[in-house]
Design a protein around this ligand. Structure first.
Ligand code: URA
Ligand code: ZN
Length: 363
């Protein structure tokens, strides 16, 4: 039975070099009080001067950029195939004139890493979203021809105005035409003010546990409200972290739409596809939710044929130096085995067969 990890990241060495050359977020650097350990500072606000330099961001070691370490992590956790993706914040921060070159270089690097381990690695590509539209569309077309690419990873900012921006239509059209899935992944979280004045006493818990999933939920709901899936009926989106909170809130979203006088007056209620339809037709959910309760909601919302195992490696490593396996990975494995304890076929689908079918992986 193949196990496929569809949520697993890498910063290829050329991307790490780019981060090392920078002095504003995102960047990689050492601090004078710990000169032997590099830190990866990527999230908004993560380098706030009130945070001690040794707890800014996270330590970055070869598990973030060495593909051999990805393979040994896969072997240790019995993962046969990984669909790797550049981690956040992708190329969102690059000036327009640097994005095209960077995207080509990084996509070629990642495709080359996959080629080193035939049958074990596939990838989601990265788009040069700050470049002119025709450049972005050209990269989508190029990605469709790269052997190991199976879609694109994208954040929630789009061209800077979110994923409900009509200016994204040529990108959605190209992705739909080339049958490339969007792996939608959070990065920006919520405005820092919602975490309160003591936020830096709580490590990364509030932005990662709540900011990330709510960001995803809001981004998808905006896509839905703006009619993306009425215009692009075959556009497929894989949502990180089991859809954020979308499965849990879908009923409330539907109810708010049905009770909205403004939408009714504009004639936007009758002609639309509802959230449940889109969840079962256009949306796939990863199984990176660490508990049976969340996984059951995802299964009820989209169906066990649309759920896909993931790890989020190399994030969330065990904090104990001598840990043999990653708790974060085992939590996801165990949520699948308890949720599907009487449904062996569905468990196998979530662990690997769905990914093989949906992403056309041919082991
Ligand atoms: N933290 C991140 O910044 N990205 C992830 O994918 C997971 C945790
Ligand atoms: Zn991730």
């Amino acid at each position: 039975m193949p196990v496929v990890d569809i949520h697993t990241h890498i910063y290829p060495p050329t991307f790490v070099e780019l981060l090392r050359s920078r002095t504003t977020v995102p960047y990689v650097r050492t601090f004078p009080d710990a000169p032997d350990s590099s830190r990866l500072i990527i999230l908004p606000g993560e380098d706030d001067p009130s945070t001690p330099s040794t707890s800014r961001g996270r330590p970055i070691g070869p598990e973030y950029y060495d593909i051999a370490q990805k393979i040994s992590f896969m072997d240790k956790h019995k993962i046969d195939i990984s669909v790797i993706s550049l981690a956040n914040p992708w190329l969102d921060f690059l000036p327009s004139n640097e994005a095209e070159e960077a995207a080509k270089r990084i996509n070629d690097d990642v495709d080359g890493l996959c080629a080193k381990y035939p049958g074990r690695l596939y990838a989601f590509g990265t788009l040069p979203l700050s470049a002119p539209m025709e450049t972005v569309v050209k990269e989508i077309e190029r990605l469709a021809r790269l052997k190991h690419m199976r879609g694109v990873i994208m954040g929630t900012s789009g061209l800077g105005n979110g994923l409900d921006d009509p200016a994204l239509d040529p990108i959605y059209a190209a992705l739909e035409k080339h049958e490339q899935l969007i792996f939608l992944h959070p990065h920006y979280g919520l405005p820092a003010s919602v975490y309160g004045p003591r936020a830096n006493e709580y490590g990364h818990v509030l932005p990662l546990a709540l900011g990330f999933p709510l960001e995803t939920t809001i981004a998808v709901t905006r896509m839905l409200l703006s009619g993306v899936w009425e215009r692009f009926k075959k556009l497929n989106v894989l949502l990180a972290h089991s859809g954020g909170t979308l499965p849990f809130l879908a009923g409330r979203i539907e109810s708010c739409i049905k009770h909205d006088g403004h939408l009714k007056k504009e004639g936007k209620i009758e002609e639309r596809r509802d959230v449940w339809d889109i969840l079962k037709t256009n949306i796939y959910l990863d199984a990176v939710i660490y508990s049976e309760v969340g996984l059951k909601a995802a299964m009820d919302a989209s169906g066990s044929d649309r759920l896909l195992f993931g790890t989020d490696h190399p994030f969330f490593p065990p904090l104990e130096a001598d840990a043999k396996e990653w708790h974060s990975v085992n939590a996801n494995y165990s949520a699948i085995s308890t949720t599907f304890k009487d449904h062996e076929t569905a468990a196998k689908d979530v662990l690997g067969n769905n990914a093989i079918r949906i992403l056309k992986l041919h082991p």
